[in-house]
Ligand binder design. Sequence first.
Ligand SMILES: Cc1cc2nc3c(=O)[nH]c(=O)nc-3n(C[C@H](O)[C@H](O)[C@H](O)COP(=O)(O)OP(=O)(O)OC[C@H]3O[C@@H](n4cnc5c(N)ncnc54)[C@H](O)[C@@H]3O)c2cc1C
Length: 407
Amino acid sequence: MCDVAIFGAGPYGLSLAAHLSTVPGLEVRIFGEPMSFWQTQMPRGMYLRSNWPATHIAAPASAGDSLGLAAFGREDGQPVPYPAPLEQFVRYGLWYQRRAVPNVERRTVRRLDAVNGSFRLTLDGGETVAARRVIVAAGIGGFARRPPQFDGLPPELASHTAEHSDLARFAGQSVLVVGSGQSALESAALLHESGAQVEVIGRANHINWLQGFLSYTLHHRLGTVVKKVLYAPTDVGPAGLSQLLARPALFNLLPRSTRDKLWKRAVRPAGARWLVARLQSVPIRLGRHVIAAREQGGKVHVRLDDFSERVVDHVLLGTGYRVDIARYGFWAPALLERIERVNGYPTLGPGLETSVPGLHIVGAPAVRSFGPIMQFVSGTRYAGPAVLRFMQRRQARAQVRVAAATV
Ligand SMILES: Cc1cc2nc3c(=O)[nH]c(=O)nc-3n(C[C@H](O)[C@H](O)[C@H](O)COP(=O)(O)OP(=O)(O)OC[C@H]3O[C@@H](n4cnc5c(N)ncnc54)[C@H](O)[C@@H]3O)c2cc1C
């Protein structure tokens, strides 16, 4: 029986494990392939959109800056620039893991059961592990949103951006990219640069360029102090709102309708400013959507809502992700049923604990309770310390109870 089992070794799992490793005597086991989502489900050549301070994987206070991007850049021999290239961020994550969480077990958790107030994890290969507490840090890799119009098409003809780590394989082909958020736009730029003929179709009427001309100019004219007052280093949300969203515990106290409004405002689909020049010669049709798609002689025949048609070699869906924790394949049905959920999101309390005592969920599924920073690396600043504090309080209460019983 270990004290805590974490599964998922992306930024959240690693940060949590690093924080919990500071508790003397606590036995923590962590399962998963380190940084695998970033290595296998994002395209080579991509840049991170989050700014530099928001790209640090949070480390316990006792580590100081020793696990930050600057320390990594020094050891890597190459300072991490802004925007950070995906490849360098992956190296950073793996470096963080080797230094702070060397005990990661590269195993997948196949099933999670609740058994008499604790948990049983079944790993690939059938081995079981008992844990008093479980932290699910399994990310969004399994939540890719594929619109139903493409259901009848095989993956060779229509795939989600999450299915690719190398878009150069489409060189010389015609590709229709569906979506107008960062992932769709960046994929379109990478496809174009790899020699594919690309067109983008987006449902929205316009693209929100992050820091469009006006706000970019304003941002760069603000003095450092004003900028610090208006924008939190977590880099989520517009001026002012950014400060509120950087405080997930406060967000959690707001009325539901206010939280929903702020959430919607903070994470609307948007493209990074540095993609504008790279997309100059890529046709982008906005305010349009695909109403039907079918195979036609080894290609895809697509019909849009204006009844125009396309025949392309491939459709790439940059249609984002939709959190629904029921889609994690590891739940024992009886355990899943006990987790209070709304629209696929778990309802989380202090320490990001679910309605099942001892079961915590961090990362994007925590957004509905603690706000949009939880779907970004910068949310690790909150998650690690919050779970750590929660567990320390529980431990202290248990000690008081034991002492009282002894007296
Ligand atoms: C194209 C794209 C660009 C992005 N750019 C940014 C950015 O610039 N900045 C930013 O902050 N965020 C960005 N994000 C969001 C990013 O996904 C999150 O910030 C980050 O991945 C959250 O970390 P995580 O640990 O929750 O999830 P992940 O990094 O997905 O890690 C979860 C891990 O759990 C593993 N896992 C799942 N199930 C199991 C299991 N049963 N057993 C063991 N392991 C399991 C997965 O394999 C995965 O490795 C981007 C996302 C996408 C899709």
